[in-house]
Design a binder for this molecule. Structure first.
Ligand code: PMP
Length: 438
């Protein structure tokens, strides 16, 4: 079936033709691409056209598409059965590896999606603290958990109606939100509500309003306030875990969360996520404890085989090579932005980046007032981006066989399979497209 026909057909049977909203291309316009296969840094659509892929299934594919070893691992496992609904040795091996990567995790449970991991953590935090309120960051996205669909990023950021219908007001009222990178706002909320808050949940490097870096001291402030007020600090490392380093953002910034959500890279493209923390807290989960959480496919043998294959290969050398290559690419991009004077700002860390269609701040000292002259530091500054221009850029790149995240408010990713040559080839493509736009 031709891709356009496919979408018309999908519309008849699937709401908006897609199984997850951002896939519908609403933020950039046009018809979503139907994908057929992937290989290394490339993805092929249903018409057989090849794209250099910077979306990479929204993050999991740090080794690119279809790594041979991973395919062999899941094929071999599948021959022995696809699910047992009983414990398997893989789960124990994987739990040990996750703990090795994240010293703040003493016990860990496996689930099938990031949403499930976060949802379970929210219940656990409320269960162990006996408190009801949750504090989140504006523009932070943590899956489609009822109580967290308040001031969301990702699909919600372009949706124009960030708070979903179907979430009772009473739920939303228990969720407080505040801007990222604002230590003073954090202190204020804690002074007023600290004793009522079960958890502060944040992406330590937000990636669902586009990539935003934490200011020095911000995560430290979050750590010290949560400790002082007995609030569980939840790091949602669904994107950053195993992406910013083997130990994720916690290793990179030297801050330990109480509870951590993992997903994406962990499962290497299979439905697998995890959540963990101190043994004492995790032991509050059923059946030992009173906080209920379960899953028919949790710890699925195919997913755990993929995860074991991923974690066994994620060595420090992999990350340093990936970072060197990525940095060279960012440098090239930054120098073109400067040379042409385009109103663009590149936010990047490790192998994830967002090109914001918003002027970079001048190198002079920041102006007075929060956020002024500081670039994209929170949701409000991210939203100053020219999303129409981003849409043009996205489609221009698509025409040149480069596939980016189909929204301004998302991260793009680089894999080990993107060679320095692939990245060097992408730069003049971006330049050509940008010269047409500006
Ligand atoms: N947390 C973060 C930080 C995410 O980026 C996402 C998904 N993009 C989720 C949670 C939800 O994960 P999933 O889509 O696997 O449910």
């Amino acid at each position: 079936m031709k891709p356009n026909t496919l979408f018309q057909e999908a519309l008849k049977h699937i709401p908006s033709g897609v199984n997850s909203p951002v896939r519908a291309f609403r933020a950039v316009g046009g018809t979503p691409l139907f994908m057929e296969r992937g290989s290394g840094p490339y993805v092929y659509d249903a018409a057989g056209k090849r794209y250099l892929d910077f979306c990479l299934s929204w993050g999991p594919l740090i080794f690119g598409h279809a790594p041979k070893g991973l395919l062999r691992a899941i094929q071999k496992k599948a021959e022995w059965g696809t699910s047992f609904g009983a414990p398997t040795e893989n789960e124990v091996a994987l739990a040990k590896l996750i703990k090795k990567a994240f010293p703040s995790i003493e016990k860990v449970r496996l689930v099938s999606s990031g949403t499930e991991a976060v949802m379970s953590l929210i219940r656990l935090a409320r269960g162990v603290t006996g408190r009801k309120k949750i504090l989140k960051i504006e523009g932070g996205y943590h899956g489609h958990v009822d109580s967290l669909l308040v001031k969301t990023g990702s699909g919600g950021a372009t949706f124009g109606r960030p708070d979903s219908l179907g979430v009772p007001e009473e739920f939303a009222q228990l969720t407080l939100s505040l801007p990222f990178n604002d230590s003073e706002a954090l202190r204020r909320v804690f002074r007023k509500e600290g004793k009522n808050i079960a958890a502060l949940i944040l992406e330590p490097v937000p990636a669902n309003m586009g990539v935003v870096l934490p200011k020095p001291g911000y995560l430290e402030e979050a750590r010290s306030l949560t400790r002082k007020y007995g609030v569980q600090l939840i790091f949602d490392e669904v994107i950053t875990g195993f992406r910013l380093g083997f130990g994720g953002a916690q290793e990179r910034f030297g801050i330990h969360a109480d509870l951590t959500a993992l997903g994406k890279v962990l499962g290497g493209g299979l439905p697998l996520a995890a959540f963990g923390g101190k043994a004492k807290t995790m032991n509050e989960l059923a059946p030992e404890g009173g906080v209920y959480q379960a899953g028919t496919l949790s710890g699925n043998p195919l997913a755990t085989s993929a995860a074991l294959w991923m974690l066994e290969r994620l060595s420090p050398g992999i990350y340093s090579q990936l970072e060197i290559k990525s940095e060279e690419f960012y440098e090239e991009l930054r120098s073109r932005i400067q040379y042409f004077g385009w109103p663009l700002e590149l936010n990047a860390i490790g192998s994830m980046f967002t090109l914001f269609f918003r002027p970079s701040p001048p190198p002079s000292p920041p102006k007075r007032g929060r956020g002024k002259g500081e670039g994209v530091i929170d949701f409000a500054s991210a939203k100053q981006s020219d999303t129409k221009r981003y849409a043009k850029f996205f489609h221009g790149c698509l025409a040149e066989s480069v596939y980016l995240a189909p929204s301004q408010f998302e991260a793009n990713f680089i894999s080990t399979e993107h060679s320095a040559k692939d990245l060097a080839r992408a730069v003049p493509i971006f330049e050509r497209v940008l010269r047409k736009i500006f």
